[in-house]
Design a protein around this ligand. Structure first.
Ligand SMILES: C[S@@+](CC[C@H](N)C(=O)[O-])C[C@H]1O[C@@H](n2cnc3c(N)ncnc32)[C@H](O)[C@@H]1O
Length: 275
């Protein structure tokens, strides 16, 4: 035990140096700031949007590095950005991990094409039912930003299972969620969704640990490939009791109000809890 503890501490400090060196290169290389004119969700209509958009990507890298370092993982060789959208995070992954193979996975070809063309990613077309999706390879890192935040409970569970079975033997995944602080934001700061829709989701949060509501028609028409798309509020206990059934992965962390001072981040990884 003592020997392992000492070895792990040495490894942790060596990893800090490795990632520090990658960070210096990332800063001097810079991040590609090209924007997709067809990005459905990041419309850049106000002056602060552009800086915030880049800041969210930097914050994703912060969370990724802290998870890789604390779980003693070497820099990933294969990274899946799931979903990639128009590359808000993909561009940072490319700049930070120039040697990695990066998969850009989304349900909409336009998003994928943009990431393939601009961030040297390989295309991965997704499916709404993630039980049917196989990316054909395993990933050392999966970043799942703002997907489970939009899925009803059944699809939420299939997404978690897809992520778990797509990890390599030493792979880790970061999954963002609308947790307790999202409820606070909705009630006290700004509106994720109109209050009448929020009431539908809120009705089950306390008792069941989650609440979901579909978007209204205007938003749904943008997401024409999906039968269900809305906002999912998930308390930590509800998400963790799902992961607790999954013995192929272990829980490496659950950080509330983590990404962009807003979404929670669940970190899971292989090997499984008893392997
Ligand atoms: C809020 S965006 C997040 C995109 C990106 N991660 C980011 O942070 O900008 C949600 C994305 O999920 C995609 N999406 C929805 N359902 C999906 C599915 N079943 N598989 C893959 N992507 C999906 C949408 O097309 C959209 O690009």
């Amino acid at each position: 035990m003592a020997m392992n503890g000492q070895k792990n501490l040495t490894q942790l400090l060596a990893l800090c140096r490795t990632y520090d060196s990658l960070h210096s290169d990332y800063v001097s290389r810079g991040v590609n700031n090209i924007r997709d004119p067809n990005d459905k969700e990041n419309t850049n209509t106000e002056a602060w949007h552009s800086a915030h958009y880049m800041g969210v990507g930097y914050d994703a890298i912060r969370l990724i590095l802290s998870s890789l370092i604390t779980s003693l993982r070497q820099p990933p060789k294969n990274i899946l950005d799931f979903p990639c959208g128009s590359g808000r995070v993909t561009r940072h992954l490319r700049a930070f991990f120039p040697a990695a193979t990066i998969g850009a996975c989304d349900l909409y070809e336009g998003h994928i094409d943009f990431c393939v063309k601009n961030f040297d990613a390989i295309p991965m077309l997704s499916k709404e039912n993630l039980d049917e999706l196989d990316t054909g390879r395993k990933w050392d890192l999966i970043f799942c930003g703002s997907l489970l935040t939009h899925l009803p409970s059944g699809l939420f569970v299939t997404a978690l299972k897809f992520i778990a079975r797509s990890l390599s033997d030493g792979g880790i995944a970061l999954i963002s969620l609308e947790g307790r602080h999202a409820e606070f934001i909705q009630k006290n700061k700004w509106k994720l969704i109109p209050d009448d829709l929020y009431e539908v989701a809120e009705a089950t949060i306390e008792a069941q640990g989650y609440g979901y509501v579909d978007y209204q028609h205007s938003m749904k028409s943008l997401f024409f490939k999906q039968d269900s798309y809305g906002v999912m509020f998930a308390r930590p206990r509800w998400t963790l009791q799902i992961v607790e059934q999954m013995y192929d992965v272990r829980v490496l962390g659950y950080i509330e109000r983590a990404w962009d001072d807003h979404q929670d981040v669940l970190v899971i990884g292989r090997p499984g809890v008893d392997s």
